[in-house]
Design a protein around this ligand. Structure first.
Ligand SMILES: CC(=O)SCCNC(=O)CCNC(=O)[C@H](O)C(C)(C)COP(=O)(O)OP(=O)(O)OC[C@H]1O[C@@H](n2cnc3c(N)ncnc32)[C@H](O)[C@@H]1OP(=O)(O)O
Ligand SMILES: O=C([O-])CC(=O)C(=O)O
Length: 379
């Protein structure tokens, strides 16, 4: 019989399975992908290399990387069936709904959809990795009333993503900050969306169903939707490009004090596992700093610092990865609602790695509940 003392609301602190994909260590404030510190990978590796590492467990050889990059470049075009499905959706629906629909359509049209052999699963993971940027770019452009832009095979993943979205070659600093965000967002053990993907996989359902479900879990502002929510906070405080860093910081501090006095949750702060700072924030904050420098937007740093300092002073709660990622994507020119689909593009790697791991040593995920409704009664 389950007792109330055994209930772990939100599964907090519950270890449900092994994983060899990543190690989140809140004590040392570190994150390893297959044993490698994420900040080292972000400093030196392409997103394509990191994807192969997460999927296979080892960094690729030069020839493996070349082969994968050629495959990725050849599979970037927007599938016409996906385009047709997106065109049926209103331009004011949430872009996460578009992403979720696109993955569902890709699954329904994939001849390997019901093949769950390791080879087929890896192939489908690579296909999704290559195909998803065109979905985001197409959706961003259609919302602005712009024509889609064809992918370019002479560009790497990050260069091409920005090319298809904005129709111009991004500056190397911008491409690099984008690459860093993709590496950092790629994987984070049993977070809510990954756990969703594993639950779906545990019923022996297919990979695209698991990714579609994971997208639904990522959308919420307590998880991936926080990167969008951070920008709404900045907008609510008010962004004034001509304001000094100090003045912006003072306004942000006052906003945070008021929000906390009203017992509001401020998105982009706090974490279920890290209680003393998110391991990825220093690397992402450094990328944001480079974007602030590149675009000459010191007032954004003021807003960032003001909120962070006031939250730390009042509650000791630290920013999570979504906090620096949101303003970074804003400076690059993405609409705020497109931020969480960017997270999808990256996390596809983590989700599909976990789907393969779950399938390889499966057990149906089905916890118990403690019933607290009425006792049995007569009709
Ligand atoms: C990439 C990612 O998905 S990272 C996570 C992104 N999500 C967010 O940024 C959403 C904002 N943050 C939060 O809601 C939480 O910190 C979570 C959901 C991420 C983790 O929460 P939990 O581990 O369940 O802790 P919980 O929500 O119970 O918070 C503990 C205490 O800190 C407070 N707290 C935690 N985060 C915040 C926050 N962002 N703003 C204000 N207070 C907060 C809670 O109100 C609570 O206070 P109380 O004990 O006085 O009631
Ligand atoms: O681990 C979590 O709970 C959320 C998170 O940071 C992520 O998914 O990247």
């Amino acid at each position: 019989m389950t007792t109330t003392e055994e209930i772990k609301k939100g599964l907090a602190g519950v270890v449900v399975d092994y994983t060899a994909i990543s190690k989140v260590n809140p004590d040392t404030n570190s994150l390893l992908y297959r044993g490698y510190p994420v900040q080292d990978l972000a400093a030196t590796k392409s997103f394509e290399e990191v994807a192969l590492l997460l999927w296979s467990g080892e960094l690729p050889s030069e020839s493996e990387l070349t082969e994968f990059c050629a495959y990725e470049r050849a599979n970037r075009s927007l599938d016409p069936r996906v385009k047709a499905a997106i065109d049926l959706l209103p331009t004011d629906c949430h872009p996460m709904d578009v992403g979720r629909t696109a993955v569902s359509v890709l699954g329904a049209n994939n001849p390997l959809a019901e093949d769950s052999s390791p080879e087929a699963e890896l192939r489908k993971a690579k296909e999704l990795f290559a195909a998803f940027p065109a979905v985001v770019a197409y959706d961003q452009r259609r919302r602005r009333g712009l024509e889609p832009i064809e992918p370019r095979e002479d560009l790497d993943y990050s260069q091409n993503f920005l090319w298809m979205t904005f129709g111009e070659e991004a500056a190397p600093e911008v491409v690099d900050a984008f690459r860093v965000s993709m590496v950092l967002y790629a994987e984070h053990s049993f977070n809510a969306s990954t756990f969703t993907a594993r639950v779906i996989t545990s019923t022996l359902s297919d990979l695209h169903s698991a990714v579609t479900g994971a997208i639904g879990a990522l959308k919420g502002p307590l998880h991936g939707g926080a990167n969008e929510a951070v920008m709404h906070t900045f907008d609510e405080i008010g962004i004034d490009k001509d304001e000094s860093r100090e003045a912006a910081a003072a306004r942000a501090k006052a906003w945070m004090e008021q929000a906390l006095a009203e017992k509001k949750k401020v998105m982009g702060f706090g974490h279920r596992v890290y209680k003393n700072g998110d391991s990825r924030v220093p690397t992402m904050k450094a990328a944001l700093d480079r974007m602030i420098e590149h675009y000459g937007r010191a007032e954004m740093l003021g807003l960032y610092d003001g909120l962070e300092a006031a939250m730390d002073e009042a509650k000791g709660i630290k920013p999570n990865l979504d906090y620096p990622a949101g303003p970074t994507y804003h400076l690059m020119g993405f609409d705020t609602e497109m931020f969480t689909p960017l997270f999808i593009a990256s996390r596809i790697v983590g989700w599909t790695s976990h789907i393969m791991e779950q399938r390889a040593a499966n057990s149906l995920i089905r916890p118990l509940s403690a019933y607290n409704g009425p006792e049995q009664r007569e009709l």
